[in-house]
Design a protein around this ligand. Structure first.
Ligand SMILES: O=C(O)CCC(=O)C(=O)O
Length: 276
């Protein structure tokens, strides 16, 4: 699927933008399914928000979403009394993290649209799917995602995690596209998010933060897949525009690597990680 130049570019930069990998019909089907799922959420029972800039609800609901499907609201969409200040389909920040194994539409999108072949070309043949997310980046209130790499949250020994970020709508600098640091995957790991034995989680940062100079925008049209090396620093801005920017992310680990048992995301015996 990929040319040698594309593979070399991924190895050099730590990312690769692959336009038009996924058909618009498949993107629309995923958006339609997400709309059904958020319509079914009882917002009086879900009070988790998601933000990478402030204190987060790191609770049992979040931890359970590693092997289920949990919804998280935008901070700016929640009133002080925890009610939502707008319709829930415009209030959701994201949902995750096991739809690829639990929902047929997400399973199809993850396993039957070419991402398996892309993973194999990037050295992840037989890779195990560890995490999926549907990210809204809502118009007006879509929150910033601060500079990080994904391996800090999805740790393997040795460090072998690959991410796919799929544009379900056009993503531009106006509505909060990804930004990445070319070659930044060679800097090494500088943080780790782990859980303790009591069900709490914390982000440990043990070296200088990643440099914020030199990041480039990764604008993407609908159906584009951005492959991200697990160690690549990336971020996205707030979305203050009037355009939404829905995206889907999928993470893959090398089947020869070990999934460590203090990762926040753990699967029960009955729901092991599966391949494409
Ligand atoms: O979709 C975004 O804005 C950023 C997503 C991201 O970086 C992540 O979830 O790791």
């Amino acid at each position: 699927m990929l040319t040698n130049d594309q593979v070399e570019s991924f190895e050099r930069d730590g990312f690769l933008v692959v336009p038009d990998l996924i058909g618009v019909q498949d993107c629309d089907a995923l958006r339609g399914r997400a709309a059904e799922m958020v319509a079914d959420v009882d917002e009086t029972k879900v009070s988790s928000t998601f933000s990478t800039t402030g204190a987060q609800a790191r609770n049992d609901y979040f931890l359970a979403s590693g092997s289920g499907i949990g919804f998280f609201w935008e901070v700016e969409a929640v009133n002080p009394d925890k009610t939502l200040n707008r319709p829930k389909e415009l209030a959701a920040n994201k949902f995750g993290h096991a739809m690829h194994d639990l929902d047929p539409t997400f399973d199809h999108f993850s396993r039957r649209t070419g991402m398996g072949e892309l993973a194999a070309d990037l050295g992840y043949g037989g890779g195990l799917l560890t995490q999926s997310m549907y990210i809204y980046k809502q118009p007006g209130i879509g929150g910033e995602v601060t500079l990080h790499n994904d391996h800090a949250f999805l740790w393997t020994e040795p460090m072998r995690t690959l991410g796919f970020w799929v544009a379900l709508e056009d993503a531009t600098t106006e509505n909060g596209c990804l930004w990445a640091l070319p070659g930044g995957h060679k800097i090494g790991q500088r943080s780790r998010f782990r859980r303790d034995g009591k069900g709490s989680t914390a982000l440990e940062e043990w070296a200088d933060p990643y440099p914020t100079e030199g990041l480039v925008p990764l604008e993407a049209t609908t159906g584009t897949v951005v492959a991200l090396h697990g160690l690549l620093p990336h971020r996205s801005d707030q979305n203050r525009s009037d355009k939404s920017r829905h995206a889907f992310t999928l993470h893959v680990m090398d089947p020869a690597a070990e999934w460590v048992d203090d990762n926040w995301l753990q699967r029960p015996d009955g729901l092991p990680f599966r391949s494409f």
